[in-house]
Design a protein around this ligand. Structure first.
Ligand SMILES: *Cc1c(COP(=O)(O)O)cnc(C)c1O
Ligand code: SF4
Length: 325
């Protein structure tokens, strides 16, 4: 930083321009994108960007193309709405349900399927809404697993997160808790001892870490993941197959090996959802299958995720191969 102050999270076109991450000619179009979709590039992420359109920049730096909706793109690609019994809960599968305590994230990914709703000032459940959501879990005994997502639950204060987890853990039929997060790679400094302590429960808690490129595992990110795994929290890896980010054999292998090197087991590789303005990230499923087939056998089976696609009619996740052929 020119004035010697601490680097700050970049939240608009001017800040990206001042940080040298976009050119002046891009700024007006990116300012227009910002009116519809939130921007956030943490100092940890900004430090990883080596060149415009590299695999890190592509994930986080807005692009004018985001305001263009392709004919096959849909507003609510996962069709969560019909599966929302109370605000903040999504119950699509019999034995597990999502709880979305907030919709803020450390970074705003340009390909996100929730991009119409996530943002820094949206979606924090009120006290009454949170009570109602937790009461729904308490009266729904077929649900054995609560999955905290959002937004990013690790954006909550340790005290707040600890409270929510403790209330869920106190529900006898909830056997497993899970948190989906990007914080350990996007803002590793947030993974403090207090935050880790908030996740120290009697009941099993699994963390699902969203990362799409080996370079996201910076030394600080690796240390943050280490604080979680050393606390006994199993960490799974969740990635999205993205053009220009990880749609090559080398990139996918590098990503999965980077995960394993910090004890993270690749869990899902997602086919990109058809969210508006995300066409530049699209990879054909046939190409995804070919990439995985090429890794099979050559790369340890520990690195092997299930390749899944969200069915657009709310049908949920479907494994899409590669099959036996
Ligand atoms: C992905 C998802 C889950 C979790 O599914 P797993 O296959 O158990 O990881 C749960 N609920 C909803 C609505 C989901 O989209
Ligand atoms: S962190 Fe997750 S929910 Fe937030 S913008 Fe990225 S993909 Fe979407």
């Amino acid at each position: 930083m020119p004035d010697g102050s601490l680097p700050r999270t970049l939240r608009d076109a001017d800040a990206l321009l001042a940080a040298g991450l976009i050119g002046a000619e891009q700024a007006p179009a990116i300012a227009a994108v910002a009116e519809r979709y939130a921007i956030s590039v943490t100092p940890a992420v900004a430090a990883l960007i080596g060149a415009p359109d590299d695999p890190i920049a592509r994930q986080y730096i807005p692009d004018a193309a985001e305001l263009v909706t392709a004919p096959d793109e849909i507003e609510d690609p996962t069709a969560d709405a019909p599966f929302t019994p109370v605000k903040g809960v999504v119950h699509r599968y019999p034995d597990r349900a999502l709880l979305k305590p907030l919709l803020a994230c450390p970074v705003y990914c340009r390909f996100c399927f929730r991009r119409e709703v996530v943002g820094p000032d949206g979606g924090l459940l009120t006290e009454a809404e949170l009570d109602a959501a937790i009461a729904w879990f308490a009266r729904t005994p077929q649900v054995r697993e609560a999955i905290l997502t959002g937004g990013d639950p690790l954006m909550l204060s340790p005290r707040r997160l600890g409270e929510i987890l403790a209330r869920l853990a106190a529900i006898p039929h909830l056997e497993v808790l899970r948190i989906h997060t990007r914080v350990p790679v996007a803002d590793p400094g947030r993974v403090t001892a207090a935050l880790v302590a908030a996740m120290d429960l009697e009941k099993p808690i699994f963390l699902c870490l969203h990362a799409n490129h080996a370079r996201e595992f910076s030394p600080a990110a690796r240390a943050a993941v280490g604080r979680l795994t050393r606390a006994g929290i199993p960490v799974l890896g969740q990635s999205v197959l993205l053009a220009g980010v990880n749609d090559s054999e080398e990139a996918l292998e590098g990503l999965f090996r980077a995960m394993l090197s910090v004890r993270v087991k690749p869990y899902y590789l997602h086919q990109l959802d058809l969210a508006p303005g995300t066409a530049r990230f699209r990879v054909a499923p046939e190409h995804g299958r070919a990439l995985l087939r090429a890794l099979r056998g050559r790369v340890t089976g520990l690195a092997w995720p299930t390749y899944v696609q969200e069915l657009p009619d709310g049908g949920g996740k479907m494994p899409i191969g590669p099959g036996i052929a």
